[in-house]
Design a binder for this molecule. Structure first.
Ligand code: NCD
Ligand code: ZN
Length: 338
């Protein structure tokens, strides 16, 4: 096949940041995707309807046709009365970070099963909201997601009508939770289905491959790739594209986060073609998300890709500095027609 057209691709886990970085990175997502789930871990976390609405406006002023599905950062101070207001302005995703689990998560919740949060989740369930979770314990890096599975099980049982999302699934042991609980779905990144721990540190240490959750074993990668290639009904694509200035990636305290937004669709087409699964890409990058998150698409977007060489940019200039994309400078077999 020499060309493929995708209808309404969605990126269901996306960090756009704000200000100058937002301006620099948003065009990559807005060109390729109809919309995405916008993560709330800004320097001042998006904890209220007002903050989320002004962030949504900032995004809309730069990319009016991009459907920004906003999320609210769950803190110990979120009160259940505000959930109704959020629903009324079309904000229906709550993002839960355990305190300190990842970049900008200091405001996260210290104890997930605390009575206040459980009451909030009950209201969220009644309002038909979605609970998106960065599910990692504070244990050994390679076991953090696995250790957190019991929290997913607990919440899924307590709130059987609440749609819970296991974000950026990275461990094959999580698959059984997807299968056991009707109300749990998951997102998969490009990097967790194509890379493993050796990409990060098997040769020289490469901070551009450092992210939370950490890349795992080849076995995990293959199991997750299999879910993606078969467009398992309960998984959708969420890049977790997370840009950091180069100074924060090369510092002694390198930040987790892989900036994968540039050329995501050409890479996904190449991957699915290599595995003879191109027919499932539409479901993985769009249909599953539209169904599971009940997305109302206002205006259809069609992206045609053709088999023709292109390149991932080396770097993206921003704020007298730069951000290095995943595989920056490397060749691609496909390109998007714009
Ligand atoms: C993300 C970031 O930089 O905001 N980092 C990451 O390693 N994925 C936060 C997150 O999604 O965990
Ligand atoms: Zn993320």
């Amino acid at each position: 096949m020499n060309s493929i057209t995708l209808k309404n691709p969605f990126d269901m886990h996306l960090h756009l940041r704000e200000g100058e970085i937002l301006k620099a990175v948003l065009p990559f997502s807005a060109q390729s995707f109809s919309g995405g789930v916008i993560m709330p871990n800004l320097k001042t976390p998006v904890t209220t309807s007002q903050l989320a609405q002004s962030y949504r406006e900032e995004i809309a002023s730069l990319a009016p046709d991009f459907l920004a599905l906003m999320t609210i950062y769950v803190t110990d101070f979120l009160d259940k009365e505000s959930l109704q207001d959020l629903s009324e302005v079309g904000i229906k995703i709550l993002k839960l970070y355990p305190k300190g689990a990842t970049t900008n998560s200091d405001s996260g919740v210290s104890s997930i099963l605390n009575p206040n949060l459980l009451e909030i989740l009950k209201v969220a369930q009644d309002l038909g909201m979605i609970l998106s979770i960065h599910g990692e314990s504070d244990g050994f890096s390679m076991d953090r997601e696995y250790e957190f599975l019991k929290v997913f099980e607990n919440l899924a049982k307590r709130f059987p009508k609440l749609h819970i999302v296991l974000e950026h699934m990275s461990d094959h042991r999580s698959i059984k939770v997807l299968e056991n609980f009707e109300n749990i779905t998951a997102t998969l990144t490009y990097h967790h289905i194509t890379m493993d721990l050796d990409s990060l540190l098997g040769k020289n240490l490469n901070p551009h491959y450092f992210c939370k959750p950490i890349l795992k074993t080849p076995y995990d990668k293959e199991a997750l790739l299999d879910l993606a290639l078969n467009a398992h009904k309960k998984v959708s694509f969420g890049s977790d594209s997370a840009p950091h200035l180069i100074s924060n990636k090369y510092s002694q305290n390198a930040f987790g986060g892989i900036f994968s937004a540039p050329n995501l669709l050409p890479r996904l087409v190449e991957l699915f073609e290599r595995h003879n699964k191109l027919e499932n890409l539409q479901a993985f990058v769009s249909d599953n998300a539209i169904t599971n998150y009940k997305i109302k698409v206002k205006k259809d977007k069609f992206i045609t890709l053709k088999k023709s060489p292109s390149k991932i940019p080396d770097s993206i200039p921003v704020l007298d500095s730069k951000i290095i994309p995943l595989f920056g400078g490397s060749d691609l077999m496909w390109q998007e027609l714009v």
